[in-house]
Design a protein around this ligand. Structure first.
Ligand code: NAP
Length: 284
């Protein structure tokens, strides 16, 4: 079997076109959605991610502003800025680009973002809302993956889904969203014994481990749908996923590439969450 590629770039650009219309409707009512990005330190990958996010804002007609801090900035200054942005009527979404320098308590900082402006979906009240089955603002990567599956007409209900990774930003919310859609979900982590026993049962496999080429074709059930979340930079600078694309695409029925897969959807969902947040704030 040779897998069909799920084109994240194409799906994301369709979604962004739809978002432009929602932005225009808001602007007609006197509200331009606004996103504030906070970038701390000089991590080159974070620079690229933030640049791509602000570019996507401009394309959708969303106002964006970038707030920079040096790597050694005190936590108090970041929290003061977030408090100001929480109260700023021109800002509907606030994102704190991760990872943060080690002296900063990321958990504490993220929890100071107002739940209604938490477009990354990392606030505990937004995460808890997913657990309760009443999602509000949902983390962008799993939201992008669910949207991708839906757009591709891939059935989730009744299927075995295996999620590799249990992080708060990808693995855990991903598992909860798959459960909500009726999948039977297994979540694996670094302590999982006999990983292959689990992956071989997956109708849908989501790899979010952070290790290049970790999943190969021999670990897959024939015809599985493979979603590669990993973004790993190889020594030469090339980006690669958590899945060995060449062997996996011989076993899978559908597969996402890296780049051009989940990453594009994540950015589109950030803009979608910002527009949703603006619509909710404007409706009050
Ligand atoms: P993370 O916080 O480092 O979590 C990695 C997870 O993988 C952990 O739960 C870890 O288990 C698990 N793991 C590690 N080794 C494993 C093994 N041998 N078997 C099974 N599970 C194992 O990473 P993350 O933030 O979730 O990100 C994962 C990857 O996705 C990274 O490459 C990241 O760059 C990428 N990413 C991409 C996007 C996108 O838009 N495409 C967005 C976010 C992240 P333990 O919990 O036991 O340590």
């Amino acid at each position: 079997m040779t897998a069909r590629i799920i084109d994240g770039s194409a799906i994301a650009s369709e979604i962004r076109a739809g978002l432009k219309q929602r932005v225009q409707a808001l602007v007609a009512r006197g509200v331009r959605p606004g996103l504030a990005a906070i970038l701390i330190g000089d991590n080159p990958a974070s620079e690229v991610y933030v640049r791509n996010k602000t570019r996507a804002c401009a394309e959708a007609g969303v106002h964006s502003e970038l707030h920079r801090f040096g790597a050694g900035c005190p936590e108090r200054e970041v929290i003061e800025l977030i408090s100001r942005l929480n109260a700023d009527a021109a800002i509907h979404g606030i994102l704190v680009q991760l990872p943060l320098p080690p002296q900063l308590d990321a958990e504490h900082i993220l929890q100071t973002v107002a739940a209604g402006k938490d477009v990354d979906g990392f606030n505990w009240s937004n995460l808890g809302a997913i657990v309760a089955g009443h999602p509000r603002l949902v983390p962008c990567t799993p939201l992008g993956i669910m949207t991708m599956l839906e757009r591709e007409g891939i059935a989730v209900e009744g299927r075995n889904a295996v999620v590799l990774g249990r992080s708060v930003i990808v693995g855990k919310p991903m598992a909860l969203m798959l459960i909500a859609r009726g999948a039977t979900v297994t979540v694996c982590n670094s302590k999982t014994r006999d990983l292959r026993e689990h992956t071989l049962r997956a109708d849908i496999l989501i790899a979010a481990v952070g290790r290049p080429g970790f999943v190969d074709g021999s670990m897959l059930k024939s015809g599985a749908v493979v979603i590669d979340v990993g973004i790993n930079r190889l020594p030469g600078g090339k980006l690669t996923g958590d899945v060995d694309f060449a062997s996996a695409s011989q076993a899978a029925s559908r597969i996402t590439p890296v780049p051009g897969g989940v990453g594009r959807m994540t950015i589109a969902m950030l803009i979608a969450n910002t527009v949703t947040a603006a619509e909710r704030i404007a409706a009050v």
